[in-house]
Write a protein that binds this ligand. Sequence first.
Ligand code: NAI
Length: 246
Amino acid sequence: MLEGKIALVTGASRGIGREIALSLAGRRAFVIVNYNGSRERAEETVHEIEKIGGKAVAFPCDVSDFAATEQMMKELVKTYGKIDILVNNAGITRDGLIMRMSEEDFDRVIATNLKGAFNTIRHLSRQMLKQKSGRIINIASVSGVLGNAGQANYAASKAGVIGLTKTMARELAGRGITVNAVAPGFIDTDMTKVLPEAVKTAVTEEIPMKRFGETKDVAEAVVFLASDAASYITGQVLCVDGGMAM
Ligand code: NAI
């Protein structure tokens, strides 16, 4: 149970982030549903949470923006007094082979996936150090563990997230703060819906469990890492991938 805990989930208006928000709220955490695009979808997530008897608010912020992220953290800490659980879930893809990848597509993916996680941790770490407790869970990817043709920008960003996770774990461990990554394989969301059928079939062949995962599979791993049961686990990368990266 996460009664009394305040959780911030970035990019939580849909997909994996939405499921994480619902699962944390289902364990009684108060959830801040961060979003960048659609306020309507974020409010829908809040509504879903309220329907299961949970508590949540929607909060807009582009996490790739350093100053905006600082402002968000200031406001949240002022309002709620603390943040116990930070889930860096916001992420984008701009896939393409390296010879055709634009500078903009490389920079945008790094700015959201890697710098976004840096921004939130950078602006929350002082508060968590003061609290002498905290859980940071970064959503990486098997692409960052194994590499993936056509995803130079994305795989680099997620490998970066893993390096960031381990470094933060070392810096913050002495003050009761754990930092872990969850590395999903292929999960059925809007992000993977756009893949051509032929790619989906080829990918499924590579998954030992021969199927895509569900958002719930990732959310439950996050809930575990946020729970008391995981209090002695830090700096780890938990792959939720049907066996892809073993
Ligand atoms: P999605 O595209 O459905 O959701 C991503 C969310 O992040 C969206 O709500 C989007 O608005 C938000 N977002 C994007 N840029 C943002 C920004 N600058 N600030 C705040 N929010 C922002 O994708 P999905 O599949 O739910 O992915 C969630 C996370 O899981 C991502 O980090 C992704 O890289 C990771 N992941 C997903 C996998 C999959 O197979 N779906 C596999 C491995 C990792």
